[in-house]
Design a binder for this molecule. Sequence first.
Ligand code: PHE
Ligand code: CA
Ligand code: ZN
Ligand code: ZN
Ligand code: ZN
Length: 279
Amino acid sequence: APDIAVENVKEHLTAFENIATENGGNRAHGQPGYEASINYIKEKLDAAGFETSVQEFTASGSTGYNLIADWPSEGSADEVVMAGAHLDSTGSGPGINDNASGSAGILETALTVAKEDLKTNNTLRFAWWGAEEIGLVGSGHYVDELPQEELGKIKAYLNFDMIASSNAGYFVYDDDADLEKVLTDWYAGQGVETDVDTEADGRSDHANFDRAGVPVGGVFTGASNRMTEEQAAKWDGEAGQPFDQCYHQACDTMENVNETALDRNSDAIAHAVWTLTAG
Ligand code: PHE
Ligand code: CA
Ligand code: ZN
Ligand code: ZN
Ligand code: ZN
C-alpha cells in the first residue's frame, strides 16, 4: 500500500478546525459546523471520482447526515469492504482527535485510492457517520435501513474513531481475528507494539455492524482512560495520564494531535484497505 502523506491528513484537520471556529466552536450533530464538514469531504470525493450519496435521518429533533462513497471499480459487487469514521463532534469543542482524525485518515486514504486508480477485486466503500456522539445514531440508521441482502455482502467494516490521541496507545479491535491480524501485521512491520482494545468495545459505530453480524475491526489510540506504566514504557508515553487529555473538551484542537500516531494510523488504514481489496 502507498504511504499516506501525513501533511495532507493534517491539512484536512486544519480545515475541520477552521470550520468549527467559524461555526460556534463545534461540529456537532444539528449544528452548521457538521454540515460544513460533510460538504468539505463530499466536494473532495466528487472531484476525485467517487460515487457519493448523503443519507438523511432525524435525531434529537434535528436532521443528521451520513456520507457514503463508493469507489467505482470492476470488482465484484457481491463483496463489500467498508471503512468508516464518525464526523460529528460533541457540542463542547471542535473534535479534532475525536473524530476529525479518523475522518481525515479515511478521507486521505480514499483520495489516495483515486490518485493511484486502485483496481479492486470487490467493492470499496467509505462512510462518514453523523450523530455518533448522541448514541451511534447515524451508523445505526444506515445498518437498519440496509436490506438484509446488502448487509450480507459486507465482508468487513473497519472503524476509525480517535487515531491521534495526545498520549497515544496503539489499540487494535479484537472482534474479528482476521481483521485484527491485517492491522497488527502492519504495526509489527513497523516495530510498534499493540494492545487489544478494552476501552473501545461497543462504544463506537462498529457496534452497529457487529450486532448485525458483520465482521468488524479498527484501531484506536485511547480516550479518557489512563496509560499504565507498562504501556508508557512500550509507547514512550506518560504513565498515569489519560490517553487523550482533551477528550470531549474545547481543547481538542490541532494542538491535541499526536502527529506520529496520526501518521502511523493513516498508513495502517491504507494498508488494510489495500490488503482487503486489491487484486
Ligand atoms: N466513541 C467514543 C466517542 O466518540 C470514544 C471511543 C472511540 C470509544 C473509539 C471507543 C473506541 O466519544
Ligand atoms: Ca505516512
Ligand atoms: Zn466522542
Ligand atoms: Zn469518537
Ligand atoms: Zn474489542
